[in-house]
Write a protein that binds this ligand. Structure first.
Ligand SMILES: Cc1cc2nc3c(=O)[nH]c(=O)nc-3n(C[C@H](O)[C@H](O)[C@H](O)COP(=O)(O)O)c2cc1C
Length: 375
């Protein structure tokens, strides 16, 4: 897949999830394979120019974290241009402009989803960024402000005219938040609105089958995956395999899930130090555990870890507790197996081939608790 001058190893993208898609998680996903391009959490252009430590931490990277897009937000044209130029000189592969953030504090300043309601002004700002750098500039948007204002097709066309190299579309409106189903027809309308640039579809892709369906029904060139990657960081690798061969790899085994959980914490400690890394890990560990089967005991205890050794203690306790749910072979008894994930836009549970057909359909993909609920 190509985005202007950038050639990517796959058409699968890791979506920006503020607070989650930091360097450690990006490395975890990349090590498992299949990621074409990963994007940082959104970074305030002004904070970057002011060398605020939080912004600098957000753009921290390593050679193994390539190719990397940095997502910028802001509404002051000069700041956006200068921030993009600075990112280019630091070796970033592409710059993504956030237009889909419905958080009040972002929209108030004219950035985020507010950009979608002011097409001309936005196109001018974006053209300035495109002209300031040689690397591709992309844009991430929702379908529009609400059902009555589906602006994404017009915005995408205007941005293509302004020189944007690709567009990422989350198939929901700002008003929808994370509720309701992702609107594949809405994504298709964006694909049809642009002439040559790739459109990358996004929203609720939690399985390889969902990725395939989004590609087929919208005509999008690639798929971007956010929350689904937290349940299942193997999703990129498995989706690539499925798209290439039609075969679904089996779900990762529990011991492989534990290996990746530990690897994730180790990287958190390398990047953030033990104290801060452990504190941050408390909120991401339950995402890994969603596919462990019964995990309430793990979730209760992991939120108290303060050291790497604490995680091992929590896991040792958990493994003892989990025994009660296992059969003679050490596998989860069928009634305790997590139900298959189901994307909002797929009617039926897709993973019958994985032997979980007895389980009830999976729950809708949740939004993490806390201030991030406004995304
Ligand atoms: C916790 C959280 C943080 C997010 N942070 C960002 C962000 O920084 N920039 C952005 O463009 N979108 C952000 N999003 C939106 C996601 O990139 C994505 O569009 C949305 O979650 C739908 O995709 P998914 O269903 O695959 O997660 C965030 C979403 C969540 C749940």
């Amino acid at each position: 897949m190509r985005i202007s001058s950038l050639t990517l190893a796959s058409n699968l993208f890791l979506s920006p999830l503020a607070g989650y898609t930091n360097l450690p998680f990006r490395l975890v996903a990349r090590e498992l394979g299949g990621v074409g391009l990963a994007t940082t959490d959104l970074v305030n252009a002004r904070s970057l120019l002011e060398n605020k430590s939080k912004a600098l931490k957000l753009i921290e990277t390593r050679p193994a974290d390539q190719p990397l897009a940095v997502q910028l937000f802001g509404s002051v044209a000069r700041e956006m241009r200068e921030a993009a130029a600075r990112l280019e000189s630091s070796g970033v592969a592409s710059v993504d402009i956030n237009m889909g953030c419905p958080a009040r504090k972002v929209c108030r300043g004219g950035g985020g989803s507010a950009m979608m309601t002011q097409l001309d002004k936005t196109a001018r700002l974006v053209r300035g960024v495109v002209e300031a750098v040689k690397i591709p500039v992309t844009a991430k948007m929702r379908l529009g402000w609400d059902e009555e204002n589906i602006t994404a097709p017009d915005l995408a066309r205007a941005l293509e005219g302004a020189g944007v190299a690709a567009v990422f579309v989350h198939g929901r409106t700002r008003q929808q938040g994370f509720g309701g189903a992702v609107n594949l027809g809405g994504i298709r309308a964006v694909v049809e609105a642009v002439k040559t640039i790739p459109v990358i579809g996004n929203g609720d892709v939690t399985t390889p089958e969902a990725a395939k369906m989004m590609l087929e029904q919208t005509g999008c060139a690639g798929v971007s995956i956010g929350r689904g990657a937290f349940y299942n960081p193997w999703i990129f690798n498995h989706t690539l395999h499925y798209l290439q061969t039609g075969q679904l790899p089996p779900e990762p085994r529990f011991d492989e899930r534990l290996r990746v959980l530990r690897r994730h914490l180790d990287l958190m400690l390398e990047v953030f130090g033990e104290e801060h890394g452990c504190r941050m890990f408390r909120k991401v560990a339950p995402w890994h555990a969603r596919r462990f089967g019964p995990a309430s005991q793990f979730n209760r205890n992991v939120v108290r870890i303060a050291t790497r050794a604490d995680l091992e203690d929590v896991l040792a306790d958990y493994l003892r507790w989990r025994q009660q749910f296992l059969d003679d072979q050490g596998e989860l008894k069928p009634r305790f197996r997590p139900p298959p994930m189901v994307a909002s836009f797929m009617e039926q549970a897709p993973s019958a081939e994985r032997g979980t057909q007895d389980a009830a359909p999976g729950p809708a993909i949740p939004v993490p608790k806390g201030p991030v609920e406004v995304w």
